[in-house]
Design a protein around this ligand. Structure first.
Ligand SMILES: [Zn+2]
Length: 116
């Protein structure tokens, strides 16, 4: 039993070292550049990720800050995107690629009317 405890302690210490390395890597990714911005988040340093990694803020606070900073204008996003075709328009489109695929699958020669 005591030897098991020793093994578990060694495993736990190895895991702590792994997590410490991961944390250091993540903090290095979010190290501010010369302009005082986080290069990964493109936000003024310290970024939310850094504050989360250090335990300075909770995940709820980070989500709240994101909600306040990023307003998604759904009306504008809908205006700017191309109209979505109806299902009947989509189904009316010729499926030359699929026809060629099944022709090739069945070993049929390519058809002239579908060659494009
Ligand atoms: Zn960052």
């Amino acid at each position: 039993m005591i030897s098991e405890l020793g093994q578990e302690r060694a495993d736990a210490l190895r895991r702590v070292a792994e997590l410490g390395g991961l944390l250091a890597d993540l903090e290095a990714l979010h190290e501010p550049d010369g302009d005082g911005e986080c290069p990964a988040c493109a936000a003024p340093a310290p970024c939310l990720t850094t504050l989360l990694l250090r335990g300075d803020i909770s995940s709820e606070q980070a989500f709240g800050a994101l909600r306040d900073a990023e307003v998604i204008d759904l009306a504008r996003a809908e205006r700017d995107c191309p109209p979505v075709p109806s299902l009947s328009e989509l189904l009316a489109q010729p499926t030359r690629g699929m026809d060629r695929f099944f022709d090739a699958l069945l070993g049929l020669p390519p058809r002239a009317d579908r060659a494009s």
